[in-house]
Design a protein around this ligand. Sequence first.
Ligand code: ADP
Ligand code: MG
Length: 157
Amino acid sequence: MKTLDYDLADEQATVALGTALAGAIRQLQGQGFVAYLNGDLGAGKTTLTRGVVRGMGHKGNVKSPTYTLVEPYELDNWQVYHFDLYRLADPEELEYMGIRDYFAAHCCSFIEWPEKGHGLLPQADVTIDLAYHGEQRKITLAAHSSTGKQVLAELEK
Ligand code: ADP
Ligand code: MG
């Protein structure tokens, strides 16, 4: 399995890695992309996603979808979905949200607390683990599909 590890010295480094990841996703031929974000509260999942959303071309604010469960961004050639499933009571709620439409070509999803949606989410192309390391953070990205490998290979360039 292909993995990449980085030390993230501060919040800006986390945002910058998210932006670089967006650059790699934009090299895909429009196939859908799904990332699971794992890590404790405050580990930097939302911060990383903020970098991704900006890197995909969003100019405005990126707010945490803590209460809305998902925040959609309609960008040039991509729809980006930022999920935070922490407050999801039952995976079936995802059905009512119509999430099947979210996992299509030209759609890219970043999912915080994916275990809450177990059974209803597609497999991840890349899993991202964020961990506290003193005041800093460590991140590991692992590819689980050919699309995921393509993205990590691009990120590594
Ligand atoms: P999560 O979504 O995982 O709960 P957030 O991204 O909302 O976490 O919050 C992360 C917090 O940690 C923010 O207050 C941010 O300033 C800080 N932070 C993010 N990345 C780093 C980093 N690499 N080093 C230190 N602090 C960070
Ligand atoms: Mg968060």
